[in-house]
Design a protein around this ligand. Structure first.
Ligand SMILES: Nc1ncnc2c1ncn2[C@@H]1O[C@H](COP(=O)(O)OP(=O)(O)O)[C@@H](O)[C@H]1O
Ligand SMILES: [Mg+2]
Length: 378
């Protein structure tokens, strides 16, 4: 079956489409990445998405419209990917754009609950592409008692498990998350959680202090110096002390965090602020690995993916933090850094289409395996 995976992450940089040939089932699944395409959001769409994520005030009418608008964009992105590669997909897995994610249950109107919301209407994706579309993957895991994230460990376990080598698979998207797969691990032995900010804080600080949407190739960070007292203060946040499994998002590392960060930086130079934001990502990834992963087994490799793997300054800082681990890139395993998550959602959709579960309870904390997502028909 040829399946399109469509991912637009919390970095809100745009849409990744992976066209994947899939066969087999569960952890005996085989797949081949046929093509990967990236469609950047326009500056206006990115601003709108960022404004509506975890918004204190957003109009219901606008949220309803954004749901349809994104559905159209996702559908068009799949159609354009098909055209460019002369392929036709039979199924689409579309993650959608996260507006809100609270993995940890909290009291609401007298009841303790967790909640998540991904927008981008599957019915429009199905109509535009002519292919059944699985969307809204996370709620089924939450209904089974899980945190709804991370879901990529299914792919990580499939691709990176190894009889001899313990591997840590680290994705650096808007948020950074890892899957740690001990040598010879069964799927229930995979440790997975969010380590904290990935590119989200770097992007926000770069935008605010230097006026660019991203610190391309880590150039600005490379020319600044890390403000150690600011870093020390930020590392005191309770999230970093929390035991896994744990998830996070713009709720914790969005607008308010940025204001606090910049306040701590006082009148420092833009480059120093950006270097500090970059060091925050490197340090929190390294500490998560040292505190929560290495004590639980022998691990030799860290395999990097996500947009953050393209930031050489971040990679250099990470290597300095983890001198004893071998840092590798997901490219070496045939998965381009930016395509990996999109491939993941193609595989999850394929499982769902066959009425099979794809959450990993050890990663999400769910009480049972769950079939993820909702299917829209063309
Ligand atoms: N060449 C690059 N140099 C520095 N940062 C980059 C580069 N390419 C991508 N990035 C970073 O990666 C981010 C996108 O990462 P991505 O994995 O798509 O995140 P998400 O899955 O949350 O959308 C961008 O916002 C940017 O911060
Ligand atoms: Mg992205």
């Amino acid at each position: 079956m040829i399946v399109a995976g469509v991912m637009s992450g919390t970095a809100a940089d745009g849409i990744d489409v992976a066209l994947v040939q899939v066969s087999g089932r569960g952890f005996r699944m085989k797949f081949e990445l046929l093509a990967h395409e990236h469609f950047p959001y326009s500056a206006m769409l990115r601003r709108t998405v960022l404004a509506m994520t975890n918004a204190e005030g957003a109009r219901v009418a606008d949220l309803a419209r954004l749901n349809v608008l994104l559905g159209e964009h996702y559908g068009e992105a799949v159609c354009e990917s098909q055209r460019r590669n002369n392929l036709k997909v039979e199924l689409v897995g579309c993650h959608g754009q996260t507006l809100f994610h609270q993995g940890e249950p909290a009291m609401y109107l007298g009841r303790k609950l967790a909640a998540t919301w991904q927008t981008g209407e599957g019915a429009f994706v199905a109509a535009r592409t002519g292919a059944p579309t699985v969307s809204d993957f996370r709620p089924a895991d939450m209904a089974a008692g899980g945190k709804g994230a991370p879901l990529v460990p299914f792919l990580d376990y499939l691709v990176y498990r190894n009889p001899k080598i313990g591997r840590i698979v680290q994705n650096i998207g808007g948020i950074a998350n890892l899957s740690a797969i001990p040598a010879k691990a069964s799927d229930s032995q995979v440790i997975a959680f969010d380590t904290g900010p990935g590119n989200m804080v770097i992007d926000a600080v770069t935008e605010r202090m230097a006026g660019y949407p991203i610190d391309r190739d880590g150039k600005l960070a490379a020319s600044g110096k890390v403000l150690e007292p600011v870093l020390e203060e930020l590392l005191r946040m309770p999230f970093f002390r929390q035991q896994p499994p744990k998830t996070t998002g713009r709720e914790q590392f969005g607008r308010e965090f940025l204001a606090h960060f910049l306040w701590l930086c006082k009148n420092a130079k833009a480059e120093d602020c950006i270097a500090t934001a970059t060091a925050l990502t490197a340090r929190t990834i390294a500490e998560a690995i040292r505190d929560h992963v290495l004590p639980r087994g022998d691990f030799h490799e860290v395999i990097l993916s996500g947009g953050g793997a393209k930031n050489p300054t971040l990679m250099r800082m990470l290597k300095a933090e983890l001198p004893d681990l071998c840092l590798r890139h997901s490219e070496e395993f045939g998965l381009p850094a930016a395509a990996k998550e999109a491939v993941g959602f193609a595989l999850l959709a394929y499982q769902t289409w066959h009425r099979l579960p794809s959450n990993m309870p050890s990663a999400t904390g769910a009480q049972r395996p769950a079939i993820l997502g909702k299917i829209s028909y063309p």
